[in-house]
Design a protein around this ligand. Structure first.
Ligand SMILES: Cc1cc2nc3c(=O)[nH]c(=O)nc-3n(C[C@H](O)[C@H](O)[C@H](O)COP(=O)(O)O)c2cc1C
Length: 205
C-alpha cells in the first residue's frame, strides 16, 4: 500500500509540516503492527517549481511526478495551515492540476493547523467539498490543531497536547482500519457500549 503525505504550507519551518510528519510516524507504527511494507511518499507543494505550478504546466517533470504520486497513492494525508479562513492557495494551485477524479478510490485524512479555534471548521466547509469533488472514496474526520497545541522542541521533536493526541490516534486508527478493512478500536468501543448486557426484565403478574 502506498501512502502519500501532501503538505500545503508555504512555510519552510512549519507547524503543519510537523503535524503531518507526526501523524505519518504514528500511522507507520500502527500499520507496522498490522502489516509491514507500506510505501510512504511526501510531496511538499512549496517545493514544486512556482512558475510551472502557477501556469499549470503539467508537462513539467516535478509537477508530473507530484501528480503521479497522487495517482499512485492508496491513501493521502493532506495537511494545510488555515489561511484567511480556508486552506492555502498554494494547496489549491496543486489540487487544480489533478484530474477531476484525481482522488478516485483513495482514502483521505485531512489535517490543518490554525492560529486559533475560530476556523476549526475550515477543513469541513472548505477542503472537504474539494476532496469529494475530486472523487475521494472516503474522507476521514479531519484533525485540527492550533499552534499552541503543538509544541516543538529541537531535542525531543513535536509534543502535542492531549486532545490532539487523542484525535491523531483516532485518525490513525480510522485510516489503518480503512486501509486493511478491519474494525477500528473506535468501532469496537462503540459496539461494546451498545451491546452492554441488559438486566432481564421481569413482568409483573
Ligand atoms: C497569510 C496567513 C493567514 C492566516 N489566516 C488564518 C486564519 O484565517 N485563521 C487562523 O486560525 N489562523 C490563520 N493564520 C495562522 C496560521 O494558520 C497558523 O499560524 C498555522 O499554524 C501556520 O502553519 P505553518 O506553520 O505550517 O505555516 C494565518 C497565517 C497566515 C500567514
Amino acid at each position: 500500500m502506498s501512502i502519500l503525505l501532501l503538505g500545503g504550507s508555504p512555510a519552510a519551518v512549519s507547524s503543519t509540516g510537523r503535524l503531518l510528519d507526526h501523524v505519518a510516524e504514528k500511522l507507520a507504527e500502527r500499520l507496522g503492527d498490522i502489516r509491514p511494507g507500506h510505501r510512504y511518499t511526501k510531496v511538499q507543494v512549496r517545493e514544486l517549481p512556482a512558475h510551472a505550478l502557477l501556469q499549470a504546466e503539467t508537462s513539467d517533470l516535478a509537477i508530473k511526478r507530484a501528480i503521479a504520486a497522487v495517482a499512485d497513492a492508496d491513501a493521502v494525508i493532506i495537511a494545510t495551515p488555515v489561511y484567511k479562513a480556508s486552506y492555502t492557495g498554494l494547496l489549491k494551485a496543486f489540487l487544480d492540476l489533478l484530474p477531476q477524479d484525481g482522488l478516485a478510490g483513495k482514502l483521505v485524512l485531512p489535517l490543518a493547523t490554525g492560529g486559533s479555534q475560530s476556523h476549526m471548521l475550515a477543513l469541513d466547509y472548505a477542503l472537504r467539498p474539494v476532496l469529494h469533488a475530486l472523487d475521494a472514496r472516503h474522507v476521514l474526520a479531519g484533525i485540527y490543531a492550533t499552534s499552541s497545541q503543538l509544541v516543538w522542541n529541537e531535542g525531543s521533536g513535536l509534543a502535542v497536547d492531549q486532545a490532539i493526541a487523542w484525535r491523531v490516534q483516532a485518525g490513525v486508527e480510522g485510516l489503518a482500519a480503512a486501509l486493511h478493512g478491519h474494525k477500528s478500536w473506535l468501532e469496537q468501543l462503540a459496539q461494546a457500549s451498545f451491546v452492554a448486557p441488559v438486566a432481564p426484565i421481569r413482568l409483573a403478574r
